[in-house]
Write a protein that binds this ligand. Structure first.
Ligand SMILES: [Zn+2]
Length: 254
């Protein structure tokens, strides 16, 4: 059993063949898909999609959209987070690569959503790009840390160890299949399989075999294959272990 624990199939790149794309994933062995609604404009579409069997949702405000966090969007988000198909707050975090929103706004909005996750007792999916130092600083100072995953992990092994100690899991995506991914392979080799999730983050980050093309949930198998290769495990073993980790973290029930 495979799970794509982080997908954006509501992206307009799937507008012409969303149904076929999902069908391809389910036919190819993907049991569940967790669809991410991380900007207020996409929330309704993600909610609709998650009416489908075996599709779950998460809602949050992405660091790139941090400036859209206000009382109105927060109230809307709280409603969506109440939905029985919604399994997490996400993706939330820090992105200093693009810095579409000022760093201080990103930090404030990240902290508020972390506190919200604790309050409603849901796990989080954290996006962190070029901001590991500040993310760790924030995590160290929070009173209470929710359960969650550092999605699309791109830190080093020391950073991985620190977030594992805080109780987080680590999300692995297509970049682990790229030739220049020694740092990520080092993380995969040294983190126990019961701490890893597989994700696509589609339509972005297609694995090496499909690099340059649109990514899609069925390609999550490529990530599991690479983990199996790096850890010297059977592909099936990696699929089942990461799926079990995902079911446990997000409390998935079909
Ligand atoms: Zn994402």
């Amino acid at each position: 059993m495979l799970i794509d624990s982080h997908a954006h199939t509501c992206d307009e790149k799937f507008d012409n063949d969303r149904e076929e794309t999902l069908a391809r994933a389910f036919a190819g062995g993907v049991k569940y898909i967790i669809e991410v609604g991380c900007e207020p404009e996409s929330w309704d579409k993600v909610f609709e999609l998650s009416r489908k069997e075996n599709v779950f949702s998460m809602f949050g405000i992405h660091p790139q959209d941090a400036s859209k966090f206000n009382e109105a969007s927060l109230n809307r988000m709280k409603n969506l987070l109440n939905d029985k198909k919604c399994v997490a707050v996400g993706e939330i975090g820090l992105d200093y690569h693009y810095e579409y929103s000022p760093k201080n706004v990103q930090k404030e909005v990240f902290i508020k959503q972390m506190e919200l996750a604790v309050e409603i007792n849901k796990p989080v999916s954290i996006h962190c790009r070029s901001a590991y130092e500040d993310m760790l600083k924030i995590l160290r100072t929070l009173n209470k840390i929710p359960k969650g995953v550092i999605h699309c992990f791109s830190g080093n092994l020391n950073e991985a160890k620190e977030v594992l100690d805080m109780g987080f899991l680590i999300g692995i995506d297509g970049p682990c299949t790229y030739p220049k991914s020694d740092k990520l392979k080092d993380v995969i080799a040294n983190v126990p399989i019961n701490k890893l999730l597989v994700e696509t983050d589609c339509p972005y980050l297609a694995p090496q075999l499909f690099r340059g093309q649109r990514n899609e949930p069925s390609y999550v198998a490529e990530v599991a294959k690479k983990i199996a290769e790096v850890k010297g495990m059977q592909f099936e073993e990696v699929c089942n272990a990461t799926a079990a980790n995902t079911v446990n973290l997000f409390n998935l029930r079909s």
